[in-house]
Every structure is written in C-alpha cells, then in structure tokens.
Design a protein around this ligand. Structure first.
Ligand code: M6R
Length: 599
C-alpha cells in the first residue's frame, strides 16, 4: 500500500508523475503529492484525497521540471490530510522524501529530533554533508521497521536516491532516463526493463545510469528483468470498472494458468518452478498453507483438494496469526504461500518464519518478480495478469487452478490413479467455456442485485468445497458494497446464525449437485421455514428445491473440487452489481488498498 514514483531524465516530469500515480492509485487513495526539481529548487504540491485532487491543485498552482518524486498514500499513522501527505520536505526546503512502510522507532526518533529542533523526516537533512546517498544511508541505519523511499535534494541535484526494506521498489530503465516505482504498472507505458530492488538495497539514479549499493555503500549486481505485460492489460478496455473487466477476463486467465502445465495423457501436471524432485515431494509429512483475505479462501479450497486427492495432512492458517504463534513446522513441512501481490507483509513474514523453522516454501503468486515469488524455494505464477480492482477476482480463480495443478502432481505421486487424474484434467480443460457460459448470463445476476440492493445484511452458506466459496462471496460483497455479509458453513447455521433469519435476511446458498447436496437442502428448508429469502447457486433442476428458492442462478456442472471456480463468478458479479447500484467506488472501496504491505 502507498505508491512511490520517481523520474529523472529530460522530459516534463509532472505529467509523468501524475500518470504513474494514477496507475498506482489502487495501492492507496487517501492523499497524494509530488516534489519536482527545477530552477527554483525542490517544489512540492500535495492534496488530501484522490489523485484527481492533486491534479486540481496542480492546475491552480502548476509546477514542472525534469526530475521528481511522487506518492499516493494509504494512511496508517496520522489522518489522511494534506499535511500528512508525502513528499515531506526538510526545514530548509532542500530535501524531499516519499516513504512507504512503517518506521517502528518513529516515537524515539521524533523525540530526539524535536529536541534538536527538527522533525522526524529530517534525519536525512541532519546527516547531509553534500552527498545525498551518504546521508540516506546514514539515516537508514537509525531506522527500525519497513520502508520504501525515494529522495531528492537541491543541494545534490541530478540524482534520485531510493531504498527498500520490506516495501517493494523497482527501477525502470530508459534511454537517458530512469524511473523508480513501487509497481511496474506505474512505468509500463515507458519501459519494460526493470531491476527489482532487494531489502537493504540503496539505488542511485542519474541521467547517465544507476547504481545499487548495500547499506555499507558497497556496489551490488542486480539482474535486469523484462516485463511482458501489455499496456492494455492495465487499462479498463471499455469496461466501466477494472473489477468488471477482471471478472470477464476469467475464461482467459484460467486458461493461462493451465497453459503448458497439464499432462492429459498421464493425468498429472508439469510444474516448471517446483524446484523439487518427486522424491523430495514425497518426503513431506504435512502441508501448511498460509495467506490472507481472498488468498486464504483459496487456501481452504486447496486444503480440501490436497487432503481428499493426495491424502496428506494439511493445515491452513491466516498469515497474520501464524507469525505470532509457535507453529509446529519442521523440515518435513511444505509451506504453500498464496498471494496475488506477492508483497502482503503478513504473508511474507509468515513465509520467512516457516523457512526459518526449516520448512520448504512454495509460492503461488500472481505478480511476477514480487518478493514472495523471489524468496520462496519454488513456486508457480498464476498468470492472471495485472489485477487492478481492489477486490480480488481473477487472481482467486487462478489460485484455485494453481492449487489443483499442484494437487494433481502430488496426488498422482501418492494415491490418485491415472484414470482419475485424466478425468480431472478433462474437466479443467472445460472450465474456460463454462465460465464464459456464466458471464453470458450476467444480466440475470444484475436483476437479482436490483432486488436486493437495499439489504443491510447478507448470509452466504455452503458446505464442503462451497464453504470457502461462501466466505469469498461474503467478502466480495462487504468490501465493495459495504453491506454486512457473513459466510458460514451451511450446517453450522443452526448453531447460532439462524437467529438472524427473517424476511429481511437474504441468504445465498451455494448448492451445486455435489456430494453434500442433500444435506444443504435441509439447511435451505430451515431458512425458508423462518421466512428468509433464498438466492441459490445451483447446477440443475432439483425436485428437492422445488418451491424453496426465491431466486436461482444455474452454473454448469463440474467436478466437486472445481465448483468454487464456477460458483464464485456469479458471486463476484452479484457483489459488483450491488455496489454499482449503491453508488460505491467499486475499484477503490473506502479504507482498503490493493496490497497490504504493513502489518
Ligand atoms: O495480495 P494478496 O493476495 O496477498 O492479498 C491478500 C488480501 O489482502 C486480499 O486478498 C484482500 O482480501 C482483497 N481485497 C480481497 O478482495
């Protein structure tokens, strides 16, 4: 969360900074600002609110130059007003800093600096003796916590100094021009060659080139990576919102995740980034899957698949909980780490903790080059392409596919027959067409949304593979429409939530014709008997449900373990249309940010 952009070259910097900030706005949209270097020195403009407010401020009070830094903020400490917006400037107005992350010893630093007549952000000013990188390095030695920073100074102009620890940062390489950014989308319109910085790196960008140092000022080698995303992947392409575009991309993204990885004749998968031999794979006693939010929901589906097909004990844990427990993790544990962004602070910390305890780590990640992707022992990119909408959609369905690919590999080595493996693959290959079938009927979901748009609460119920789907459906609804929604195992309803049921409570049942269908029918009856309104996601005409459903949406039949991929699509659409009808900001819901890089 929070986005940093910096540019040094010969072009007008302000439009470049604004463009980069707009592309990163999903990372944070509480306030924004730029600091530009020109003949007058460092000039800043800041505004509370979205980038459009900053744009307005720049119309009223224009500023330009050929190098500068910018920031979009997701507030952690301090209210999201103009004063707290970045860049922060030192007492003399010579040095400007943008910062992501949390400085844990800020309280101590602040006291010390105030006593000396300064404020916290001026550590660099105190250390400055004519050379900006030396001052930055000296200041960084005093800081505890996480950061991604970019700094400019009119007293050592013609350079940007950037550094990272725990907050992603990359350098974009141009011809006589260089960029620094939190995210590749900010600079993709200008370059596809990037250098990902590692924790502890300090980079110096000039018009002539770049250098990466460690904190002892020793020069480091960093590999140049080529980005193969297209610009249209990070644009809305005619859709009203990124979220809708991303929902509609799912036939293609699911296909992309499977491409080249299925071995239909052998009923198994081929995983290039596994970095483990079959013997090593068979050595594990147990699997621990860790993630946050939507990725945690896909982990629950993975648990189910791995246990039933590969017959291996699996535990799923919220990354934020795992890191503060004393988990039983050994060198016989495989830790699967799931993250769309690959940068979620809790997930990264949990992965490092598991590694430190001897576990082998396997990352299921979307963003190429992200920290989790780079630090895990092996991994699979889900290839969903850039996901810009804050509510995760296509990354979720691709995570489920990636988990099934891994499950197939392990299960075929352990207990799954070739015949069963082949049958699963056949169903996987049919998924893109089945998702398209659902999307072609999006208007049916829109009508349901119209009916329920004024509801205050929602319950989502499912059993077996459909329980995590219920959790995911409820999360989608609450995060973008601000309606209180709960996901629950259908049979658990009678142990408490049933007290909530009345004619004002819409209940979404995920009731495919799977192994627990008959059981869920009883739960539908329990809701109907208490006046609840039932919206059901079903797979076929069912006598048992006759007269019990207020609304029904049919998804194509598939194997049980693939139902979450299909059932989550109408739930994404339901959340989307509800939010649109309620007038909320679908792509940038209040208080949220796309990737949570702070604890
Ligand atoms: O990037 P990650 O998958 O690690 O992100 C985890 C969660 O922050 C994320 O899934 C969040 O819950 C989304 N907003 C859900 O739509």
């Amino acid at each position: 969360m929070c986005g940093i952009i910096g540019y040094i070259g010969n072009r007008h910097v302000t439009p470049l900074l604004l463009e980069g900030l707009k592309r990163m706005e999903y990372r944070g949209y509480d306030s924004a600002g730029v600091a530009v270097m020109n003949g007058s020195g460092v000039e800043t403009r800041k505004a509370a609110g979205k980038i459009s407010q900053l744009e307005r401020a720049l119309v009223t009070s224009p500023v330009d130059g050929d190098m500068g830094i910018g920031h979009t903020r997701w507030a952690t400490h301090g209210v999201p007003n103009e004063c707290n917006a970045h860049p922060h400037v030192d007492c003399k107005g010579d040095i400007a800093v943008v910062h992501n992350g949390i400085i844990e010893n800020s309280g101590t630093l602040k006291q010390g600096l105030q006593a000396r007549g300064h404020r916290f952000v001026y550590l660099i000013e105190e250390a400055f003796d004519g050379n900006l990188e030396d001052a930055v390095i000296e200041a960084l030695w005093q800081i505890e916590g996480t950061y991604g920073i970019a700094v400019v100074s009119s007293k050592d102009r013609n350079k940007i100094v950037a550094a990272r620890k725990g907050s992603p940062l990359l350098i974009g390489l141009g011809d006589g021009e260089y960029y620094v950014a939190s995210d590749v989308s900010a600079i993709l319109a200008h370059t596809r060659e990037v250098v990902y910085l590692d924790d502890g790196d300090v980079a110096i960008l000039t018009r002539e080139g770049y250098t990466v140092l460690n904190q002892r000022a020793q020069e480091l080698e960093r590999r140049v990576s080529k980005i193969d995303w297209d610009l249209d992947q990070i644009e809305r392409g005619g859709f009203d919102h990124f979220m809708l575009k991303e929902i509609f991309e799912q036939p293609a993204t699911v296909e992309n995740c499977m491409r080249g990885r299925l071995l239909p004749d052998e009923g198994t998968s081929k995983l290039g980034g596994l970095n483990m031999t079959d013997e090593e794979l068979l050595r594990f006693d147990n699997i621990l899957i860790t993630a946050c939010g939507t990725s945690w929901h896909s982990a629950l589906i993975g648990e189910h698949m791995l246990e039933s097909l590969a017959r291996v004990p699996v535990e799923v844990e919220y990354a934020s909980e795992l890191r503060y427990r004393n988990p039983i993790v050994t060198d016989k544990t495989l830790c699967i780490v799931i993250s769309q962004s690959g940068e979620t602070a809790d997930t990264l910390a949990a992965m490092r903790e598991a590694k430190a305890r001897g576990a082998r780590t396997y990352g299921i990640v979307n963003v190429v080059g992200s920290t989790i992707a780079r630090e895990s022992d092996g991994g699979i990119y889900v290839h969903a392409g850039p996901e810009i909408g804050v509510a995760s959609t296509k990354a979720f369905t691709s995570q489920v596919i990636a988990l099934l690919l891994f499950t197939l590999k392990l299960a075929r080595l352990r207990t799954l027959s070739m015949v069963d493996g082949k049958a699963i693959i056949e169903e996987m290959q049919a998924l893109p067409g089945k998702i398209q079938n659902i999307l072609d009927r999006a208007d049916e979901i829109e009508k349901i949304a119209e009916e329920f748009k004024n509801s205050q609460n929602f319950l989502y119920l499912g059993r077996g593979y459909s329980f995590p789907t219920a959790l995911e459906g409820a999360l989608k609804l609450k995060e973008i429409s601000y309606i209180h929604a709960e996901g629950y195992p259908a049979a658990e309803m009678k142990h408490g939530p049933i007290a909530l049921i009345d004619e004002k409570m819409p209940v979404v049942f995920i009731t495919p014709h799977d192994s627990v269908f008959d059981k869920v029918v009883s739960n539908v009856q329990e809701v109907k008997a208490r006046g609840g309104r039932v919206i059901a996601i079903t797979t076929r005409e069912e006598d048992a449900l006759e007269g019990k459903l207020d609304y029904e949406f049919r998804i194509p039949e598939t194997k049980d373990m693939l139902t979450p991929v299909l059932a989550s699509v109408p739930l994404q659409l339901l959340a989307y249309y509800m939010a649109v009808k309620r007038g909320t900001n679908v792509d940038q819901p209040r208080n949220l940010a796309k990737s949570v890089t702070v604890e």
